[in-house]
Design a binder for this molecule. Sequence first.
Ligand SMILES: Nc1ncnc2c1ncn2[C@@H]1O[C@H](COP(=O)(O)OP(=O)(O)O)[C@@H](O)[C@H]1O
Ligand SMILES: [Mg+2]
Length: 504
Amino acid sequence: MVAVAGAVRRAAVGPYPEAVPTLTELVRAHTDLGPEDVEWLQLLLADWQIIADLSFADLVLWLPDREGGGFWAGAQMRPTTGPTAYVDDLVGAFVPRGRRHLLDSAFDHERVAREGDPEWRDDIPVRVEAIPVRRGDRILGVVARNTNLLGVRTPSRLELSYLQTATDLAQMIAAGHFPFPGQRSDHADSPRVGDGFVRIDANGRVTYASPNALSVYRRLGLATDLTGLHLADTTRELVPPARRPDEETLSAVLGGTVPRDTEIGNDTTALILRAIPLRPAGEHIGALVLLRDVTDLRRRDRELVTKDATIREIHHRVKNNLQTVAALLRLQARRIDVPGGREALEEAVRRVGSIAIVHETLSQAYDELVDFDDVADRLRVMVAEVGAHEASVRSERIGSFGTLDAEVATPLAMVLTELLQNAVEHGFGHAEGSITVTARRLPGRLLVSVDDDGRGLPADFDVGTSASLGLSIVRTLVESELHGSLELGDSAYGGTRVGLDLPV
Ligand SMILES: Nc1ncnc2c1ncn2[C@@H]1O[C@H](COP(=O)(O)OP(=O)(O)O)[C@@H](O)[C@H]1O
Ligand SMILES: [Mg+2]
């Protein structure tokens, strides 16, 4: 009977004494394990949820102290299939030698150590088993499997199969056959024990299938029980060739001979299968196959892809339509003899064109986000081209707009078009000049300025009373659509500066 909670002492490693230290920090601070040992432990930790779930037990990884004085708790995992034996976090705790003799014994004798009588912890009976973790000819630490006996019922077929498999895996850990080197499952959708559990024998026949696993196979089209069937053959019959991996992968994963996962499906159901071959005494005795129905996940993936593609297609069509409108206006402008009328139509062509540019960018974008630097650069070129017959215009961009929401990008593109146009039109007249667009992203803010080195604003100019269309559009968009502010004045470059301050 050991009151562990009161007996442990916290390690103070890492920059913050209060923070739970990482495995690597603990290893470096207290043990003489090397980087390859840590890699092995991390491979083990990547999969030990499976072992915790199969054994209905809390797992704690204990690492031997460099001085041989005891063990440090390097990691901890709770079961999702049963009650925990530890309410508190143990990571960073230290247990001196002699206090928990199962740990000492498993480590010293390099064998799984267990005890008949439970330990009592805060009125909870806990059965402990200590599993040495072997890598090559060395024991790296001990995994303590702590079962809260209050949660243990009369074992059902399911529980017996889980526990048997957990025991097999424990033997493999002690023998250095688990984890499988280089076989880390990074699959985010990787199946868990509760998703579906199948145990197969050395010939690939099912000896036990959990109710969830059976349900998945029923959805796949199986009319009978799974037990007794050859898993690979059965699956091959239910799944069309186009929806399964190559024959080698299929027989290897469903035959349980290689530690790998694969995805299969038919018209109604998609599932991920993951095999963990079992060789507790070195010899292959079968495998644990976890499976998960991912039909809903895959359907959602497909829907998202289609929705995204549809939105982009719509932007593409809007762009085409706007270009048609611009072309019609341009045609009309050519037929007008009144000079003011022609200019007005040409301005309209430009305004429509700038919106088309935003839609074109959106038709290639994901998530309705626009790389606005690209838009700004194309607007600079467009405006300079239109004005090219009168003035020779150079322009450059300093800084970056970053990515902007479509809702911000469209009005900002129109604003920028007007400002660039004004710089060309009123700044230089028929001479040459240069325009500088500056963008700066601050947290929650975007600062933009358009500078020219031309003749400057007229002496009597007042943006508040100016009734002309261009600046009215700019003011309306900046204030009502972009909720920002606008400022006109003298530029450090010699001409006019228009500054925008926008929340983003
Ligand atoms: N960059 C600039 N340099 C000099 N004057 C400018 C500049 N931008 C705007 N202005 C002045 O502001 C007036 C209003 O501009 P705007 O509203 O765009 O109308 P428009 O361009 O049709 O004249 C212009 O006529 C011009 O006198
Ligand atoms: Mg103008």
